[in-house]
Design a protein around this ligand. Structure first.
Ligand SMILES: Nc1nc2c(ncn2[C@@H]2O[C@H](COP(=O)(O)OP(=O)(O)OP(=O)(O)O)[C@@H](O)[C@H]2O)c(=O)[nH]1
Ligand SMILES: [Mg+2]
Length: 639
């Protein structure tokens, strides 16, 4: 089965048959809690998947219909891409049919299927009436035009046809982008013996690889991902829109709870105030200038207050730009959707699209306030522009950007200017010309680079840094070396990493530190080479005699060269500076001419090593052969 990155969520009134239909589609009973079994209803969202004829595998979330569990319903549908609205044929439209449909509309869900289930319980004519009612209701909602189908989970009537419709709708869903920053709201946490902490959630954006560092909010702790499963299968990478289980290294249950977020480090911040575009439902009561509400975002619910800025009252069915004050913090990002319920009547009343997660507290009398909010509301078009650039995955010139976003050069320049000012775009000079990249891409690259460097330092603790070209792995392959160098320059300036004179890259805080054993062993090696500089020991034999494992060979050699303790002459290892000393000793004794035997005796070595040193001198242009002997080439005196 092809894993898709699309999640369908059920919706509908209590007892209307959502869980039974889920079972008919997937063969899995998602009501697992003893209390769910006892009461015969769903309490927490259940997760499974459905395989479709096209080869698509859709994630399926079955939510509770009971009004009492609306919070769980909201957390279930928070990450879905399309809906399966279930209406029981015998009861027809009921309060939560309407409330759930409203919630789906406010969350911006426009694709889905409506199943009129339990059709085995009713007569044909009755069924027709219900279908008519439902299509009227749909026409007013975000799901207008969605297909409606009569089914029965009991007899299996039209369940295959329902799958076909889900398949068609899924084909029209815009899959979430796996590029960019990742975040995942935690919906379950458990301690699996032998594994440690495992969390589950729907990956809202980006991708997660094994070994990646994720930041937990609240608290800002970082954990690395030890293992990933998608729909019960071990994978190396989870992609946006997939139901994901993550095994986190070193995590403690008391820190991670449902409602927490895991995300690319530094992406998320808690906030107590957001600017929003608020939409009041048509059948809600109008709301006054200040109104206490329950705010739902992701898996979280907090109390808060709507603060209207440009009017005294917001009437039913209207929308406006305003501010939400949150009594406890949430962790949204721009563009996220929130659901608002009245704190007194406990009804869903409105939805909000987040425009700014760190706005100031506005003075209501300030005429600039609404202008500022309107600018923020333009965000969508800006965001599309940025998304286009991010998908390119590299740094771009204005001309390249114009091609990607299909704007004229002039329009592109203007957009770039605004985005630079809004600090959403960055610029850097690459080989003399300015190139641009989004702040989100920057964070992504920075994350990859720091992650690779961290790994490199761990596996090469005696190496000063990583050769720059080796950093071009994974997503960074899309960058040309000179672009990567330019980026590294900016990170070095931000003191995240350092670029060493040899062109090696190291984390800013990295320094080689030898363990006591390494120190002892390396000192022993160096002194063995220095003891007999002109007749050096054989490397492998020396390691053997010092009881040093050959597996350390490469690592130690690297350190010895980097730290100017050894050098190679010809193909032989010598203590550092041996070549210069050999030349000096020779010149002092035989300023002009000497034989190989004389050199050998003077250095107190064998013919083999004398030959190596002398060949190197010839090659360096210091000496030349003269029949049986060698002479020093006179140095040109220029001054
Ligand atoms: N005859 C008949 N009964 C059904 C059908 N689908 C569900 N039922 C029955 O209706 C009752 C409720 O079904 P569930 O699937 O638990 O309903 P639900 O929508 O998941 O309920 P909540 O999760 O509590 O909102 C159960 O007793 C089911 O056996 C159907 O197609 N035909
Ligand atoms: Mg159920």
């Amino acid at each position: 089965m092809k894993q898709t990155h699309i999640i369908v969520g059920t919706a509908g009134h209590v007892d209307h048959g959502k869980t039974r239909l889920t079972m008919a589609l997937t063969g899995i009973d998602t009501d697992r809690l003893p209390e769910e079994k006892r009461r015969g209803l769903t309490i927490v969202p259940g997760f499974t998947y459905v395989d479709l004829q096209s080869g698509r595998r859709l994630g399926l979330i079955d939510v509770p219909g009971h009004e009492q569990f609306i919070k769980n319903m909201l957390s279930g549908v928070a990450g879905i891409d399309m809906a399966l609205l279930v209406v029981a044929a015998d009861e027809g439209i009921m309060p939560q049919t309407i409330e759930h449909l409203n919630i789906l509309s406010l969350l911006g869900i426009t694709k889905g299927v409506v199943a009129i289930t339990k059709s085995d319980l009713v007569e044909e004519e009755w069924l027709e009436l219900i279908v008519e009612d439902v299509s009227k209701l749909l026409a007013e909602s975000g799901l207008r035009g969605a297909p409606i189908i009569a089914v029965s989970a009991q007899t299996g009537f039209q369940v295959e046809e329902l799958k076909g419709l889900l398949d068609q709708q899924a084909a029209e869903v815009q899959e979430r982008s796996s590029l960019g920053l990742c975040r995942i709201p935690v919906d379950r946490v458990f301690n699996k013996s032998g594994f440690g902490i495992v969390i589950t959630g729907t990956l809202w954006s980006g991708s997660i690889r094994r070994g990646q560092l994720l930041e937990l909010l609240p608290g800002k702790m970082e954990y690395s991902v030890r293992g990933i499963q998608v729909h019960g299968q071990q994978v190396d990478e989870a992609l946006a829109g997939q139901r994901t289980a993550l095994n986190l290294k070193g995590a403690k249950t008391e820190k991670i709870k449902p409602g927490c977020w895991l995300a690319t480090p530094k992406l998320l911040q808690e906030t107590n105030r957001v600017d929003v575009k608020l939409t009041l439902l048509k059948d809600a009561k109008s709301i006054p200038r200040y109104m206490k509400v329950r705010v739902f975002h992701g898996m979280s619910e907090v109390l808060g207050r709507v603060r209207l800025l440009d009017r005294e009252v917001l009437e039913a069915g209207e929308n406006c730009l305003c501010q939400l004050e949150l009594y406890n913090s949430l962790t949204p990002i721009r563009g996220d959707r929130m659901i608002l319920r009245s704190s007194s009547s406990l009804e869903t009343i409105a939805g909000a699209v987040v425009l700014d997660v760190h706005p100031p507290k506005y003075k209501s009398s300030n005429p600039q306030t609404m202008k500022t909010l309107q600018t923020k509301a333009q965000w969508d078009s800006k965001q599309n522009f940025l998304l286009g650039l991010e998908n390119a995955g590299t740094l771009l010139s204005i001309k390249e950007m114009a091609e990607i976003v299909q704007l004229s050069l002039e329009e592109t320049k203007q957009k770039v200017e605004t985005l630079l000012q809004a600090k959403q775009l960055k610029a850097v000079e690459v080989a003399g010309a300015v190139q641009y990249y989004s702040v989100a891409s920057d964070a992504k690259w920075q994350n990859d680079i720091m992650f690779t460097l961290q790994n490199y330092h761990q596996s090469h603790p005696l190496q000063k840094g990583m050769p720059c070209p080796e950093l071009r792995q994974g997503r960074l392959k899309k960058l040309a070396l000179k672009q990567l160098n330019a980026l590294l320059g900016t990170y070095a300036q931000a003191r995240l990493l350092k670029i060493l004179p040899e062109g090696l890259i190291a984390k800013q805080d990295f320094a080689i530190s030898l363990t006591p054993t390494q120190h002892l062993e390396l000192t022993a090696i160096v002194s063995a080479y220095e003891k007999n500089p002109f007749a050096p020991p054989d490397w492998e034999e020396l390691l053997g005699s010092l009881n040093i494992s050959l597996t350390k060979s490469q690592e130690y050699l690297g350190w010895l060269f980097d730290n100017k303790k050894l050098e190679t002459i010809g193909k032989v290892l010598f203590a550092y500076e041996t070549f210069r000393r050999a030349e000096q000793i020779l010149r002092n004794k035989y300023p002009r001419e000497f034989t190989i035997a004389q050199a050998r005796d003077l250095w107190g070595t064998s013919r083999k090593y004398a030959q190596v040193l002398l060949d190197a001198m010839d090659e360096a242009g210091l000496t030349k052969r003269n029949k049986e002997s060698r002479i020093f080439i006179a140095r040109e005196v220029l001054l």
